[in-house]
Ligand binder design. Structure first.
Ligand code: 6R9
Length: 567
């Protein structure tokens, strides 16, 4: 049995005050995640412990102690204040997985700003809608990504500063640019963190919606309580562990469990700023003696594809705890990992909106490969009848996953979109938008999403966003975007388009459209396949019936087509 107690024992009578006590947080007193993740660890005598081990694709490496993280996040905070940035201003982090991203997040928290992390792979259009929606005041970025921000600057009157963290003087600074070097700036030894309270906003993560623009999920400093507790009990992070979360902080897993949870626990974490390669990943685990590894099904499937032989070339005996999140973890992946690593990946389930792990496998709990496990202590989750929004009386029925609101990391609203936020609740339940069933022993079995959102490699892509971007291409008259099955990414983006008069389908046009989307939105949103059609299936009221196109891709029954216009 592990040191964290059995699931049943923990679930029974759990209240979040357990975590509050461990963190010595007193309700009503200030709570600043930046302080918790650095100053508090130093105050507990662990300042010289390594907080971050960082490596890049080119072989560059850097190591930071907790004292370094504390001092450098102070330095960041003072610099941001010096620019005139104020508490609650939105400050975007738009960088690769470099140390400035990790330390910058704490710096923003410490000066009371609201951090807005965005994937550095985002193109100018993806970037624009998110910066515009949040009315962001500053973007912290690298010189290679700055041109994408500059391109949309005219449309963003509220964006006052583009902060370049690796300015080398070779190219001159441009309009609204300002250089900041973490290494060259005068280190700030002491800084009074902004006295945020539990309910003070901390973070905005953008997530794709089925219709309309992406939504800014607003989190508060109190989220720390559930991020800390879930990391301790599910990821089983202990004091001497070496932890590796493979997620990018542009995504909720990369902030909740790639920055906040590990640093609030005072553990050493490793970051690899490089693309996927089985060999490089195993080498990284071997070299750093990783004990806890949090990854995603797409990566695990890619490792499976690389084969068993390559695993044997490395000493991976340090691994103790493996976990996965983001998409369904297929039973084969669980069984495979048990065979090759001697440990099964524990499936965990949560969302940008939930901020922390909701339904999960738990150390010492029997694993049923293919099941997401059970609700974390303090979480009341169930499966609801889609007609009545009442929990099913019988087990085994497929319904909608609903969670009773009230855990610390729950989103507080969608930024400037209270109406959509309110629509997420039914009969007192927060509606996740996912479908599942619960078996007799209380295990949850994920079935699928209840909307059109495409989950490609763990990243949510809105068909609406891709369709809108496609319509901006001069050759395209109409577009419909659906998911298509894929052995590694589970789903990929597939587009159907009709062309404007004067344009004809060709391989060149196909490639050109793909590139157009990759640059405008991101590589993930890029259609992997484009079908040129003469017409798209539409309802009599003129809505494109994605359902029909999707069913064909997945080899499923098409279902009711009575509202189809052209049948
Ligand atoms: C953390 C994160 C959330 C959506 C969620 C669901 C899917 C996440 C899953 C899973 C099956 C799991 N999802 N974990 N599906 N099994 N263990 O992924 O946040 O990007 O907001 O996505 O991802 O559909 O609703 P986010």
């Amino acid at each position: 049995m592990s040191n964290i107690g059995s699931y049943e024992e923990r679930y029974k009578d759990f209240t979040w005050s357990v975590a509050e006590k461990e963190l010595e947080f007193q309700p009503g007193k200030p709570l600043n995640i930046g302080w918790y993740c650095s100053d508090r660890i130093c105050a507990r005598g662990k300042g010289d412990k390594t907080a971050l081990v960082w490596e890049s694709a080119s072989g560059a490496a850097k190591t930071y102690t907790y004292h370094d993280v504390r001092r450098l996040s102070n330095t960041f905070a003072v610099f941001l204040q010096g620019l005139g940035l104020k508490p609650q201003d939105r400050i975007c982090l738009f960088m690769d997985k470099i140390p400035e991203l990790y330390i910058g997040l704490l710096g923003i928290f410490k000066m009371g700003g609201i951090a807005q992390p965005l994937f550095s792979a985002f193109g100018d259009e993806s970037l624009f809608v998110r910066l515009d929606n949040a009315q962001t005041s500053a973007v912290i970025t690298q010189k290679k990504h700055a041109p994408k921000v500059r391109k949309i600057l005219d449309k963003l009157p509220n964006l006052k500063h583009i902060i370049i963290v690796d300015h080398d003087g070779k190219a001159p600074l441009k309009d609204r640019d300002v250089a900041f070097s973490l290494e060259k700036a005068d280190p700030v030894e002491t800084f009074d963190a902004y006295p945020s309270e539990a309910e003070t906003p901390s973070l905005l993560h953008y997530t794709s919606g089925t219709t309309g623009q992406p939504k800014g999920v607003k989190h508060v400093h109190y989220s720390l309580i559930s991020q800390y507790m879930t990391a301790r009990w599910v990821l089983d992070i202990r004091d001497d562990d070496i932890y590796w979360c493979t997620a990018d902080p542009g995504w909720v897993t990369g902030t909740s469990y790639g920055i906040i949870a590990p640093w609030s626990l005072g553990v050493t974490q490793c970051v690899m700023d490089a693309g996927f390669s089985a060999e490089a990943w195993y080498k990284f685990i071997e070299k750093h003696r990783i004990t806890n590894w949090y990854s995603a099904p797409t990566a695990i499937r890619s490792l499976m594809k690389a084969g068993d032989e390559i695993v044997k070339k490395f000493d991976l005996s340090s691994l103790r705890q493996l976990a996965s999140v983001g998409e369904p973890l297929n039973p084969e992946a669980v069984i495979w990992s048990e065979r090759v690593f001697g440990k099964a990946f524990l499936d965990t389930y949560f969302q940008t909106e939930t901020g922390s792990i909701m339904i999960t496998n738990y150390p010492d709990m029997k694993i049923k490969p293919g099941s997401m496990g059970k609700p974390f202590p303090g979480i009341r989750a169930t499966v609801l009848d889609p007609k009545t929004y009442e929990p099913y009386a019988e087990t085994g029925k497929i319904g909608l996953i609903g969670i009773r609101p009230g855990w610390p990391a729950m989103m507080r609203t969608y930024w400037n979109n209270e109406e959509t936020y309110r629509k997420k609740f039914q009969n007192g339940w927060y509606m996740t938008g996912d479908r599942a069933s619960i078996d007799k022993e209380g295990y949850f079995w994920f079935v699928g999403r209840d909307d059109d959102i495409i989950n490609t490699g763990g990243h949510l892509v809105s068909p609406f966003e891709v369709e809108s971007a496609l319509l901006e291409h001069p050759a395209i008259a109409e577009s419909a975007v659906v998911s298509k099955p894929d052995p590694i990414n589970m789903e990929v983006v597939k587009a159907f388009v009709t062309l404007k008069p004067g344009f004809t389908p060709s391989a060149d046009l196909d490639l050109e459209i793909m590139n157009f989307i990759r640059k405008k939105l991101s590589p993930l949103a890029m259609p992997q396949e484009i079908t040129f059609s003469d017409a798209l299936p539409k309802t009599r009221s003129g809505k494109i019936m994605r359902r029909i196109l999707k069913a064909k891709e997945w080899g499923e029954e098409i279902g009711d087509t009575s509202t189809l216009e052209n049948d």
